[in-house]
Design a protein around this ligand. Structure first.
Ligand code: ADP
Length: 292
C-alpha cells in the first residue's frame, strides 16, 4: 500500500489529502479541474514538496516532514505518463522506449513492448511522424519498460479525439492489468474513471470528497447528472420488468428503457412532462411538477 498524507498551502488554496493506494490496482483521482489532482501526483513523485505530512511506499519512506526525509524523484520507483506525451522528439520510437535502460539484453523486451501496443514496424519512426494515440502508446511503454513500482498517469488521454480515446481506454486497461502495476490515474472524465479504475478517490477544491468503487462514485447521489433532456411523454410500452418510454424533445423522439417499478412509483402517463437524465450508461427519469 502507498500511504500518502500531506498538506500543501498556497495563497488562498489548501490541498489536504490522505490517500491509501492499493498495490497492483488502478486508482483514479477523479475531480474537476483545479481540485489538486496533478499536484498530488507531483508531490508523490517528489517533483514538488509538501508543507507537512508523510509518504510511504510499503516499508520505504519517501517523505517525512518531521524526520526531514525527502527522497529525490530519481530515487523513487515512479513512472510518469503525461497528457502531452513528453516524448524525446529527436529519438525514434525504439530509442524513446529503451531510454534509461542500460543493458543491451533488453533489446528483445523493448521489441516485445512495442509489439504489445501494436507499433511493430514503427520502431524507427520519430514522434512527429506518429498520431496522438500512437505517441501515447509509446509514452506508456517507455514508462513500463523501466518497471516502475508506481505508475502515475496525468490525464493521459485528454489530448486525443474521442474515437482514439475509446480505443486506448480498452487497450490501457488490458496492458495495466497484464503488468499488474500500481497505477494512479488522474482524470476528470467520468466515463474514463468508470471504465478504468478499480478504486476511485474523488477530489474537490483540495479535499477528498468520496472514496469507493467506480459504481459507488458513479451512482452517488452527490454526483450531478451529466445530460438533461426535457420533453413530453408520447409513448409508454410496458413489459413486466422494463418500460420503453418515448419522449418528444423539440422535434426529436427519444426512446429509453426504465425500470417498471420506477414508472409505477411516479405514476407516469402519456402527456406528462419529464426530464431524462443520463450519466453515461445510466439513464434516470424525473417527472417534472411544473409545465416546461
Ligand atoms: P487539477 O490537476 O485537479 O486540475 P492542480 O493540482 O493542477 O489541479 O491545481 C490545484 C490548485 O493548486 C489550483 O487552484 C492551482 O492554481 C493551484 N496550484 C497548483 N500549483 C501551484 C503553484 N505552484 N503555486 C500556486 N498555486 C498552485
Amino acid at each position: 500500500m502507498l500511504h500518502v498524507s500531506f498538506k500543501k498551502i498556497w495563497n488562498g488554496f489548501t490541498l489536504d489529502a490522505t490517500l491509501e493506494i492499493p498495490f497492483g490496482k488502478i486508482t483514479a483521482l477523479f475531480g474537476p479541474s483545479g481540485a489538486g489532482k496533478s499536484t498530488i501526483l507531483r508531490i508523490i513523485s517528489g517533483l514538488e514538496t509538501a508543507d507537512e505530512g508523510r509518504i510511504s511506499y510499503g516499508s520505504e519512506v519517501w517523505f517525512d516532514k518531521l524526520s526531514g526525509i525527502h527522497l529525490p524523484p530519481q530515487q523513487r520507483p515512479v513512472g510518469f505518463v503525461f497528457q502531452d506525451f513528453a516524448l524525446f522528439p529527436h529519438l525514434t520510437v525504439k530509442k524513446n522506449v529503451a531510454y534509461g535502460i542500460k543493458e543491451k539484453k533488453h533489446a528483445q523486451e523493448v521489441r516485445d513492448l512495442i509489439s504489445l501496443v501494436g507499433l511493430s514496424g514503427y520502431e524507427h519512426y520519430y514522434p512527429a511522424q506518429l498520431s496522438g494515440g500512437q505517441k501515447q502508446r509509446v509514452a506508456l511503454i517507455r514508462a513500463l519498460a523501466r518497471k516502475p513500482g508506481l505508475l502515475l498517469m496525468d490525464e493521459p488521454l485528454s489530448a486525443l479525439d474521442w474515437e482514439t480515446r475509446r480505443q486506448l481506454q480498452e487497450d490501457l486497461k488490458q496492458i495495466l492489468r497484464q503488468f499488474n502495476v500500481t497505477t494512479i490515474y488522474v482524470t476528470h472524465d467520468i466515463t474514463e474513471m468508470y471504465k478504468l479504475a478499480d478504486y476511485v478517490i474523488a477530489l474537490e477544491s483540495g479535499k477528498v470528497m468520496r472514496r469507493g468503487t467506480p459504481e459507488e462514485i458513479f451512482l452517488g447521489k452527490k454526483l450531478s447528472t451529466r445530460i438533461q433532456i426535457s420533453g413530453k411523454v408520447i409513448g409508454i410500452e410496458s413489459d413486466p420488468i422494463m418500460v420503453a418510454v418515448t419522449v418528444m424533445h423539440e422535434d426529436q423522439y427519444i426512446k429509453t428503457l426504465i425500470d417498471a417499478e420506477e414508472i409505477d412509483r411516479m405514476d407516469l402517463k402519456i402527456g406528462d412532462d419529464v426530464i431524462i437524465g443520463a450519466k453515461s450508461s445510466d439513464v434516470i427519469l424525473f417527472k417534472t411538477l411544473t409545465k416546461l
